[in-house]
Design a protein around this ligand. Structure first.
Ligand SMILES: Cc1cc2nc3c(=O)[nH]c(=O)nc-3n(C[C@H](O)[C@H](O)[C@H](O)COP(=O)(O)OP(=O)(O)OC[C@H]3O[C@@H](n4cnc5c(N)ncnc54)[C@H](O)[C@@H]3O)c2cc1C
Length: 399
């Protein structure tokens, strides 16, 4: 692993910093609510995030790692990491079309026809078309290939009926990358197809699912006889599993970006220095047990970063992502949970007060974080499934 950046990579970082130093304050002047806390309330910050996306796009930073012929800068994986690092470090608003950029775009580049690439890629970059991912169903999550939403060939297209669940951002999306069963007689991985579905089509009902944090970021989506044109089929008919694997591989790579953790770890350490300890002790950081826990949290954070870099190195060498992705996901999930737990421990019982309560420390930041942390053990492959991957592929244990 080489920790040094090349001259080109450093130049990329400096160009970005200079751009951010002008554009982030200008954005904040227009959207004063877009502080770092809003980054965790996607609905509240959607308009601000979309405006920020458009500004980034005008600066040619959106999809910088996409090939030039598809509207990117042709930058590499390291530049993508630098971009993430700098945006998060500067406290910029969150991405608004993450599924489009990180998953749908690459899938269209790999599996789309030239006509499809011309049709779909540009509006993903500009943010004119926001995407969601319709894979999970009530009866198919970890066992994705068990899905039952049906696509029946009809004329030159398909008619889709069924239900998806956990569909993040469906309520903001123009299109959905939808995995459907097109051949119910084939073995379960072989009878799937991937469709690009207009979310404004007649027959689609989107119902919000309220989460434990009170936000409703994801939805149930019902398809009742929805017509999808034939040229919205991505990849081969009944070849949907190949497309799904590409999408999931890119999803894993996007999840491999663990940068969001580090500013929070710093914040918790700062909290420990600032807050009084138990029994009125001068500083929470003076407590011998808490000190050990904080050191554990810090070390785990460093381990996540180093394993993330190892994962990146494999990609740079052109090797397949490998099971490190699962190690990154597992340690990230644990580190995020520890970060939230340590903060609530330092703040004490008042941490339970929600935003808006007069006595809520930092306006309920830590109450929110301790609940928000739960998602990471489920999204993008559950903790148990990741452990299976590590056991079988890294440790060579029997299936
Ligand atoms: C924040 C968030 C956003 C999401 N966004 C999307 C989205 O936009 N689009 C989308 O399609 N999906 C999305 N998902 C869904 C996510 O991919 C699924 O929740 C996940 O794959 C797990 O599936 P499931 O919920 O059906 O759980 P299940 O697969 O039913 O699992 C239930 C329990 O059984 C365990 N289990 C299952 N199989 C095994 C096994 N083989 N060995 C051991 N234990 C096992 C699991 O670990 C879990 O504890 C999102 C989820 C979250 C939390």
């Amino acid at each position: 692993m080489d920790f040094a950046y090349s001259a080109e990579e450093e130049a990329f970082r400096q160009e970005l910093r200079a751009w951010l130093s002008v554009n982030l304050p200008a954005h904040r002047a227009q959207y004063p609510a877009s502080d770092d806390e809003l980054t965790l309330h996607p609905d509240a910050s959607f308009d601000s995030s979309l405006a920020w996306h458009r500004r980034l796009h005008a600066g040619r930073w959106v999809g910088a790692d996409w090939p030039r012929e598809h509207g990117g800068r042709g930058a590499g994986i390291v530049e993508r990491m630098i971009l993430n690092e700098e945006l998060i470090g500067a406290g910029a608003p969150p991405g608004v079309n993450t599924i489009g950029l990180a998953m749908v775009g690459p899938a269209v580049m790999h599996h789309g026809t030239p006509a499809q690439q011309r049709r779909w890629l540009t509006p993903i970059l500009s943010g004119d078309e926001i995407w969601c991912q319709g894979f999970s169903e009530p009866g198919a999550g970890s066992d994705l290939a068990a899905l039952s939403t049906r696509a029946v060939p009809d004329g030159d297209g398909f008619v889709v009926s069924g239900q998806k669940v956990w569909t993040s951002n469906a309520h903001h999306s123009h299109y959905c990358i939808l995995l459907v069963r097109s051949d119910p007689t084939a073995a379960k991985h072989r009878g799937l197809s991937c469709l690009l579905v207009d979310m404004r089509s007649p027959g689609i009902t989107i119902r919000p699912l309220r989460q434990i944090t009170g936000d409703a970021e994801f939805n149930e989506v019902f398809f009742d006889g929805v017509r999808v044109p034939g040229d919205h089929l991505l990849g081969r008919l009944h070849g949907g599993w190949e497309v799904a694997i590409t999408v999931l591989m890119y999803e894993r790579m996007a999840l491999g970006s663990t940068m969001i953790l580090h500013p929070f770890i710093d914040r918790v350490l700062e909290l420990a220095r600032r807050e009084a300890g138990p029994g009125g002790a001068k500083s929470a950081a003076a407590d011998p047990i808490l000190r050990q826990r904080l050191a554990e949290m810090y070390l785990l954070g460093r381990l996540v970063r180093l394993t993330g870099l190892r994962y990146l190195t494999r990609q740079l060498r052109g090797e397949p992502p490998g099971a490190e992705g699962s190690v990154v996901k597992l340690t990230f999930t644990d580190a995020y949970r520890q970060m939230a737990e340590r903060a609530t421990q330092i703040v004490g019982p008042y941490h339970q007060l929600w935003r808006g309560e007069a006595r809520a420390p930092e306006d309920g930041r830590w109450a929110f974080q301790s609940l928000f942390a739960l998602r990471f053990g489920i999204a993008g492959g559950t903790t148990e499934v990741q452990k299976n991957i590590v056991a079988e592929r890294l440790l060579g244990l029997p299936r």
